[in-house]
Design a protein around this ligand. Sequence first.
Ligand SMILES: Nc1ncnc2c1ncn2[C@@H]1O[C@H](COP(=O)(O)OP(=O)(O)OP(=O)(O)O)[C@@H](O)[C@H]1O
Length: 289
Amino acid sequence: MIEVEKLSFSYPTGSRPALVDVSFAVRPAELCAVVGGDGAGKSTLAGVVSGTVPHLTGGDVEGSVRVNGRTLADAPLSGLVGEVGLVMQNPFNQISGARFSVREELAFGLENLGVPRDEMAERVDTVMRELGLAKVRDRSPYELSGGQQQLLAIGSVLVMRPGVMVLDEPTSQLDSAGCDLVFAALDTLKEQGITTLLIEHRMERLAREADRVLVLEHGTIVADGTPGEVLADERLEKWGVAPLRYTVAARRAAARQLWPAGKPLPVTLDAAVEGFGGTVESFDGGGPR
Ligand SMILES: Nc1ncnc2c1ncn2[C@@H]1O[C@H](COP(=O)(O)OP(=O)(O)OP(=O)(O)O)[C@@H](O)[C@H]1O
């Protein structure tokens, strides 16, 4: 569970606050996406919820952030391992470089924590199985595809058994196959009851996979709802987020009475097909409804 209350944050050198009076809560096992234009505050929010901001950046924080009931401001960054894990854009930067194989890399953080050998082996095997990394267990992390490297970065956090995961644009450097691997991993997190905050630009994926979408504009939450509610909102472009092509097509059709009256605009291909299918059927019956 993530609970953010009246959070405002300014970087030491920032000319204006990066976050302004942000409040929201993410329930256990919920996948909550954060979208917004350039400089809206998404990475800063990811940093505050994972504890790296202000611990590593400095700056002024007002309000509170709690992760599974624990107030982040009261905890040292090292004390948050096992509570909240952060996965960043470039998996390459998250690989330690100190270990020769995927299996050893996954064990690295646990070794540092002094986790007993048997438990370490069990946790590493479990994560490899869950994320589909077992087949590359003895390969060098540097020989993996970008998608597999990102899975390894996710796995390295998952072995710590955090209740909350924060992923800051985990697919931005990946091709479509890599992106599939990451979204399959997000399903695994959900099945395990992990609360997830995901910064992501791939709106089609979010529309299908997220439980909830927050929109940030100039550091403030301007929308909070289901993907269907938020991504079909006519203000989306004004908030700096490009609308989905299904929504745009249906909006144009609606302006010409070619979209079923009262039907929400679609954010997925399936919903678009269903809506346009209804329009086609209504023509068969003599005209649009
Ligand atoms: N380390 C920093 N020091 C000072 N200002 C910063 C720092 N990092 C970000 N900012 C500023 O804080 C604001 C929010 O930036 P942030 O990176 O959180 O936005 P974002 O939504 O993630 O943007 P993008 O999508 O472009 O990555 C911006 O005005 C940015 O210039």
